[in-house]
Design a protein around this ligand. Structure first.
Ligand code: TMP
Ligand code: ASP
Length: 237
């Protein structure tokens, strides 16, 4: 497999074409961004940690019956994935209130959400990823009703699998964001699952061990990601 041209440069990852038109390389960079790219810093080791973390989680999800784009790790910072036609919509599940839902609905951070809640956001930094609903997705043709139903089903299935995985490691899966794409007509989980795109709190102390450390200037960002990886048994070096 030969890596070719840069196809797309995101805030934290770059995407490369390969000599196989059905495959892409995801390169996890050390860039860390928040507030839709307003705050950006380079954090040593973050690309490597997130690449290996993501591969570990995607493998667990595949084993549990969630189809993903993951093929294999290529290097410390790179993974080979299936080339998806991405749906420009972010699927968020929240088990505990934190972040934007607290601002929007005036609820206290830490409020238990039973049953968990689900939200769609449009993937558009210039518009600050506005919240949307299924009617928007239908009217603008971002996905079919069948694809929307499948994305919701898979996003909740991910919750069942990962809530338990993190709980066994002494962590609360507070919330997370997933992105999906279509490959040969099938909806697959794409993008990444890492502490950049979810909230994880220590079960005993409720200490934040995710990108909120960066957003809120708490320090120890990569150390927290490594702590989570260590607890899950992700092999880093
Ligand atoms: P929020 O509280 O900012 O709406 O985010 C909810 C969860 O989804 C949180 O774990 C962060 C993640 N997320 C992203 O990673 N990227 C995004 O663009 C959005 C909207 C959320
Ligand atoms: N992922 C988005 C950004 O980098 C939102 C966030 O995580 O705050 O700006």
């Amino acid at each position: 497999m030969e890596k070719k041209a840069e196809l797309y440069r995101g805030k934290a990852k770059s995407v490369y074409t390969t000599d196989d038109p059905t495959r892409l390389v995801l390169l996890f960079r050390n860039d860390t961004s928040a507030f839709d790219g307003e705050k950006v810093e380079q954090l040593d080791r973050k690309g490597m940690v997130n690449n290996k973390f993501n591969h570990f989680i995607m493998t667990k999800l595949e084993e549990a019956g969630v189809p993903t784009q993951m093929d294999r790790l290529l290097s410390d910072n790179e993974a080979l994935v299936k080339k998806l036609d991405m749906v420009p919509v972010e699927c968020v599940v929240r088990n505990v209130a934190a972040g934007s839902i607290c601002r929007r609905l005036g609820v206290q951070e830490g409020l238990d959400l039973t049953p968990p809640t689900f939200e769609f956001f449009l993937k558009n930094d210039a518009l600050h990823d506005p919240m949307i609903n299924e009617y928007h997705i239908r009217s603008f043709g971002w996905a079919t009703d069948e694809q929307v139903a499948r994305m919701k089903e898979l996003t909740f299935k991910v919750n069942d699998v990962l809530k338990k995985l993190f709980d066994d490691a002494g962590l609360i899966l507070v919330d997370y964001k997933l992105e999906f794409g279509v490959f040969n007509g099938e909806v697959l989980l794409g993008d990444e699952f890492s502490p950049d795109g979810c909230r994880l709190w220590d079960k005993a102390t409720r200490q934040k061990l995710d990108k909120d450390r960066f957003r809120q200037g708490l320090g120890g960002v990569v150390e927290a990601y490594e702590e989570v990886a260590h607890r899950l048994g992700v092999k880093l070096d």
